[in-house]
Ligand binder design. Structure first.
Ligand code: ASP
Length: 422
């Protein structure tokens, strides 16, 4: 046990070192090394791209089989559909609650910072109008789409909600049928073991993968766009910080009694991973494994983490809230209190509809803008800076999933608090 712990800790620090040195190298490459074949073709778009994307693909490769196997075995060992329902309902309530809090605080902070005041923009001034309006999804269709007409197809497409739905039914029925289906039950348990081992294997290259991903991103982007949109960037980052360091920590303390700092410290590698990949989906396997080491039962996390990666995006909602304030001020459009209420509802829905992959938050932002009549062309103004904010908000998205999961686990006696606080 002691040996294992030591090993894990070293991987954590290695990821951290990979992250920081990737950022530093990326900035050096951007500002100090002149463009040329060696830098651009062989290093940034060659080596960094291949190793970084190869690593992300490796993690993505794990998502469907790992989630499916661990959900089936998790719900099977819980065996009680009522208990499962309770966990699910609690997690969903917390997901919606934290998202509305996130967006409300983003609107508040946005109005304190006033990122767009005095810009006096008009639509004709925006050259790039590639941003297109997105229709709000149809509620009944979204709901019906959770039931797969063909589960194999759902799995093949990596449709997370269909996958969860089908796996839960399989697990509960396997528990009910007991000995009659022992073979299949064992098969899933063994598949679960196999996928855990595979996760460890892929995670071995995490420090290098993370290094290449961030080095590539930072060598591509300079900080010019950041300086231009400094107030907007500040608004998003400070709202994200409030969500992570105040709201989540308070919720953790109040609802579970765990030490919030211990939680953050142990969960940090997952945040670093989410930051470098900008994908909640790709972070699912690492998140489940890390939470298990922290004392959260996989019976809960295997269910609520993929669910959260699909429907809970607090960081994304925060970006959308600040963007609403920014664009409304830049275009001199006054928003009323009831407009703000509409934004809270629309951004919460958009967060449910945002897939856990890079940049989607920018696409669903058009839905939020539409809800209060802001020009979708305004999205073009923040595109240049979105990459780095996407990385940052993804780190918060996955932290939100983990906090709600920890609370749901605690409320169902499936959290080892001593392990978490150790
Ligand atoms: N990249 C985000 C995620 O995967 C989604 C977004 O805001 O674009 O969580």
């Amino acid at each position: 046990m002691a040996v294992k712990k030591k090993k894990e800790l070293s991987l954590t620090s290695k990821i951290f070192i990979g992250l920081i040195s990737g950022v530093i190298l990326g900035i050096i490459l951007h500002y100090l090394v002149p463009d040329g074949n060696i830098k651009n073709k062989y290093l940034v778009d060659g080596l960094f791209q291949v190793v970084g994307q190869g690593f992300i693909r490796g993690m993505q490769m794990l998502v469907v089989p790992l989630v499916f196997a661990s959900l089936v075995t998790g719900s099977m060992s819980m065996g009680d559909s009522k208990k499962l329902g309770k966990v699910g309902v609690r997690a969903i309530i917390f997901y919606i609650f934290t998202t509305s809090l996130a967006i409300a605080s983003a609107l508040f902070i946005g109005n304190l910072i006033n990122p767009g005041k005095g810009m006096n923009m008009s639509i004709s001034e925006i050259g790039d109008t590639t941003a297109k309006a997105m229709e709000a999804p149809n509620f009944t269709e979204t709901l019906l789409d959770i039931i797969p007409t063909n589960p194999i197809n759902g799995l093949a497409e990596g449709n997370m909600l269909q996958l969860i739905f089908f796996a839960l039914i399989v697990g509960v029925l396997l528990a009910k049928l007991g000995q009659r289906v022992e073979g299949i039950a064992n098969l899933f348990s063994e598949l679960n073991e196999l996928m855990m081992e595979m996760t460890m294997l892929v995670m071995k290259v995490a420090p290098i993968g993370v290094f290449c991903l961030v080095a590539r991103t930072f060598s591509d982007i300079g900080f010019e766009a950041l300086a231009e949109l400094l107030k907007y960037t500040l608004g998003v980052i400070s709202s994200l910080a409030v969500q992570c360091l105040i709201i989540y920590m308070l919720l953790l303390k109040i609802f579970t009694g765990v030490n919030p700092f211990k939680f953050l410290k142990k969960f940090f590698p997952v945040m670093g991973f989410a930051f470098s990949t900008a994908s909640s989906n790709a972070t699912v396997p690492l998140s489940i494994n890390t939470l298990e080491e922290m004392g959260v039962s996989k019976k809960v996390s295997a269910f609520t983490i993929p669910l959260g990666a699909t429907i809970n995006m607090d960081g994304t909602a925060i970006m959308q809230g600040v963007a609403v304030v920014f664009v409304s001020q830049a275009f001199n459009i006054d928003l009323t209190m009831s407009d703000y209420m509409t934004v809270i509802a629309a951004a919460t829905l958009a967060s449910i509809g945002t897939a856990g992959i890079p940049s989607v938050g920018l696409i669903t932002l058009s839905m939020v803008f539409n809800s209060v009549g802001l020009p979708v062309e305004g999205i073009a103004m923040i595109m240049g800076i979105d990459r780095i904010l996407d990385m940052t908000r993804t780190a918060i998205n996955v932290t939100g999933d983990a906090v709600c999961t920890t609370i749901a686990a605690h409320q169902n006696d499936m959290l080892d608090r001593e392990q978490m606080n150790s």
